[in-house]
Design a binder for this molecule. Structure first.
Ligand code: R5P
Length: 314
């Protein structure tokens, strides 16, 4: 049986070569040097060629949870943040209805969906126990389909298509198939696909899990991968993933902690952050987006970025 990372079946210590960057001759972005012109050009809009990093603003949460706190009115709370980011991660509904077509920012378009938070409530009702705990591996939200055609993605001038993958859930195969189908279609037109590691409640947020999930997605053809940061061994997650990793922000943290997380992830090999709640739910989103930008693109240490946050907030 194949080696399963982190189990007793490991016979030999793994060697991640975390101190040796993977080469990508002639192009600035990890694993992307052999792509065609159009795909490279789209990736150059998402990742700044000067430093190889990106600040993506994620506000696609409504695709399964409706008007999330901070996203009730995109025109009021999100559009003012647009000048400070490299890329907008959003749904096609928001893009067409609220985001000005004059934007110069790259678009990362949500391309999977089909379930909602209500399915968690149904699970609660039908089992009488906390959703997800009664049946390990059962994740109602994982029952996703593709939710956007390649033609519509082209009409919307997407640089990246984002697809959720639930490895370890009952819909692992289905969501991996969503991803590989999307990659086949996106490759025809030179659009990048970002596999998003969805961590269900039954799945542990460990380095072993993220190494496994991000590597599987990259091997199946994703051009970039989004996953959560882990306090331990994150450099091994980025090292053994042959394409760029961007981190999700996750639940709202105190601002300094979110800045530390971003800084540490970048120091340990992440190519950017794709952050939502830790920006738009901050006390001052406009100050926070500039503080995160300082960490991503200006080499600011977390404490320096936090000082900037306090100044701008004041
Ligand atoms: C959630 O499913 C969405 O895909 C978000 O884009 C993602 O979770 C990042 O947002 P946050 O930083 O709020 O976790």
């Amino acid at each position: 049986m194949a080696d399963i990372d982190g189990t007793k079946q490991e016979k030999k210590d793994k060697e991640f070569f975390t101190q040796i960057p993977q080469e990508s001759p002639g192009y600035f972005l990890k694993g992307s040097h052999q792509y065609d012109w159009g795909l490279k050009n789209r990736l150059s809009r998402v990742f700044n060629p000067k430093d190889g990093r990106t600040l993506m603003l994620a506000f696609d949460h409504g695709y399964f949870q409706g008007p999330t706190t901070g996203l009730e009115r995109i025109d009021q709370t999100i559009l003012p943040l647009e000048p400070y980011v490299d890329c907008l991660m959003l749904t096609r509904g928001l893009q067409r209805s609220v985001v000005p077509a004059s934007t110069q920012k790259a678009i990362a378009l949500r391309a999977s969906g089909g379930t909602s938070m209500v399915s968690l409530m149904d699970e609660w009702e039908s089992t009488g126990s906390e959703p997800g705990l009664r049946r390990p591996g059962y994740e109602p939200l994982s029952n996703e389909s593709l939710a956007c055609s390649i033609e519509d993605a082209l009409r919307l001038n997407a640089s990246v298509l984002a697809v959720q993958v639930f490895i370890g859930s009952q819909h692992e195969r289905q969501t991996l198939e969503n991803m590989t189908r999307l990659i086949d279609e996106a490759n025809r037109y030179g659009i990048a696909v970002m596999g998003v590691v969805a961590v269900g409640r039954a799945m542990a947020r460990t380095p072993q899990y993220f190494r496994l999930a991000t590597r599987i997605m990259a091997e199946l053809g994703c051009h970039l991968v989004k996953c959560y940061y882990t306090d331990e061994e994150f450099e091994t997650v980025t090292s053994c993933c042959p394409v760029p990793i961007v981190i999700a922000g996750g639940k709202k943290l105190p601002e300094l902690d979110a800045l530390k997380m971003s800084y540490n992830a970048l120091e340990q090999g992440a190519s950017g952050v794709d952050m939502g709640r830790n920006i738009f739910q901050a006390d001052s989103p406009i100050a926070m987006v500039q503080a995160v930008r300082a960490v991503v693109h200006e080499g600011a240490k977390p404490e320096e970025a936090y000082d900037l946050y306090q100044q701008l907030k004041g």
